[in-house]
Design a protein around this ligand. Structure first.
Ligand code: ADP
Ligand code: ZN
Ligand code: MG
Length: 492
């Protein structure tokens, strides 16, 4: 294969194969639970252990989730989709083949828009298919190439995965980061994915290096050049951060090789997270190595009707735009408020009852800010949405000052688990009623004739002193601006 010879500028080309664990109750071809298990090899049965004679049955929930993903990625869903056996021998694969999809994947020719430094980029998606996860290997006393021995846990075997294969459309790690974040956002909106689950998103990254002169202004590279470039496939990347580090390492390794006149071998490499390097595993398998053939134990799936019947929720981009037009929010506020579906749903709940701007301030700035500070997320307070709405109500109805609501009530709600009314009561934060304030104003004027005279002589300091007196009498629960105005009115 052609290699870049010169030591001039080199450009990086990346394509991803992203494995997403779909959220279903049971595994893709058996009834075993997908809940995380305490003990290894407990969520297993003859099907996912590959025992002789056991037959797979497709989990409808997994197909439904895949159809949702296909629709969200604007992909083509074929009339009929089929399953295939991908044959290989490895300890994590008890049947010695993986059930996957070969030439009729459930999602074809899709795409996903993401923003890279404010610029819109469309990443092409070749295909996305359903498959079963293999078991997991636990290397003991070292990493994959140094471990003393390895244990295998089949709890993961048969978990439903969707493998999303992008076109080689990435020109740098920043684009990969933006894409992965957007992909997670969309999957989360669809309700088919749980980012907090360990290993729910795993990435194999294909990377090659080409002469920068081959890269057009819009980032386009000729297909022949792409096909010709020797690339490596880096496996075992399990986080966004990991992806960035692995890609940076691998890009530099290939550039170094080329600049020293060496050839980049077409191979599979393993990302060693602990050591921060990629290590060679094997020469890259080719399609023919897998001897794909139809999985005759599973009939072809007619998915055309599903496509019509299954609805997907409004997706983040559309919702962001609607938040701006419908509620008059800034782009920044709309961005924050659509960061997850739950945040967006909660915002809309609050904005239905209260002023949308007030709702935006309380959800986007106050609530998310305080949660973030505590390393919490919206789901941590989902049982307390009523209480948070009550807090917004107290502010909207002017029962407490914004300052008290923000600095005392919300924080104490999160730190002490109390409800807003209890906190207001215990801390005596209720805004004093008009009468009480009027009484306090009258008393302050009565008790401080000298200050009153100074005010009449135009001394601002004296007015401030009186404001202070009123504040003291009302236990700080009056609004200083209101008090100031009342005193001015009283004193002419
Ligand atoms: P294979 O048959 O080797 O699996 P595919 O065409 O299926 O190859 O592509 C696998 C992955 O490799 C895709 O994510 C694709 O975007 C990526 N890819 C293809 N060409 C390149 C390249 N020149 N550099 C980096 N990644 C590439
Ligand atoms: Zn099972
Ligand atoms: Mg491939």
């Amino acid at each position: 294969m052609a290699q870049v010879q010169e030591t001039g500028d080199l450009a990086v080309v990346i394509g991803l194969e992203v494995h997403v664990q779909l959220e279903t109750e049971t595994k893709i071809f058996c009834g075993c639970s997908t809940e995380s298990a305490e003990e290894p090899n407990t969520h297993t049965c003859p099907v996912c252990l590959g025992l002789p004679g056991a037959l797979p049955v497709v989990n409808e929930g997994a197909v439904e989730a895949a159809v949702k993903v296909a629709k969200a990625l604007d992909g083509t869903i074929p009339e009929t989709t089929e399953f295939h056996r991908k044959n290989y021998y490895y300890p994590d694969l008890p049947k010695n083949f993986q059930i996957t999809q070969y030439d009729s994947p459930i999602c074809q020719d899709a795409e996903l828009d993401c923003a890279v430094e404010g610029e819109r980029r469309t990443v092409g998606i070749e295909r996305a298919h359903l498959e079963e996860d293999p078991g997991s290997l636990k290397h003991q006393g070292g990493s994959i190439d140094t471990a003393e021995y390895t244990l295998v846990d089949y709890n993961r075997a048969g978990m439903p995965l969707m493998e999303i294969v992008t076109k080689p459309d990435f020109r740098g790690a920043d684009e990969v980061r933006a894409f992965l974040a957007k992909l997670e956002e969309v999957l989360e909106y669809l309700g088919v994915f749980d980012a907090s689950r360990d290993g729910s998103l795993r990435i194999d990254a294909n990377l090659s290096v080409v002469d920068s002169e081959e890269v057009g202004e819009d980032g386009a590279i000729d297909d022949a050049v792409l096909a010709d470039a020797n690339r490596t496939e880096v496996k075992n990347i399990s986080s966004h951060k990991g992806a960035e580090k692995a890609l940076a390492y691998e890009a530099q390794r290939q550039k170094n090789a080329i600049q020293r006149g060496r050839v980049v071998e077409q191979e599979t490499r393993h990302w060693d997270e602990a050591r921060g390097i990629t290590v060679s595993m094997r020469s890259k398998e080719e399609e023919k190595d897998y001897r794909y053939f139809r999985e005759a134990d599973l009939p072809p799936l007619q998915v055309a009707d599903w496509k019509e019947q299954i609805e997907i929720p409004e997706l983040p981009d559309a919702r962001r735009e609607r938040f701006q037009s419908e509620y008059g929010l800034s782009e920044e506020a709309a961005d924050k408020l659509t960061s997850t579906k739950q945040v967006a749903d909660f915002y809309e709940d609050v904005a239905e009852t209260f002023d949308p701007d007030l709702a935006a301030t309380w959800v986007a700035d106050e609530l998310l800010g305080e949660l973030n500070y505590r390393d919490m997320v919206i789901t941590d307070v989902e049982d307390r949405f009523d209480e948070i709405e009550r807090l917004v109500e107290l502010v909207a109805e002017d029962k407490i000052t914004t300052k008290n609501a923000r600095e005392t009530v919300l924080r104490s709600m999160l730190d002490d688990g109390l409800d807003p009314d209890t906190i207001v009561e215990e801390e005596g934060l209720g805004k004093t009623s008009g009468d009480e304030i009027a009484d306090a104003v009258a008393a302050a004027i009565d008790e401080n004739p000298d200050a009153v005279e100074d005010v009449h002589n135009g001394e601002d300091g004296a007015l401030n002193f009186l404001v202070g007196q009123v504040m003291q009498k009302t236990g700080g629960s009056a609004d200083p601006g209101d008090v100031n105005q009342l005193l001015r009115d009283e004193l002419g």
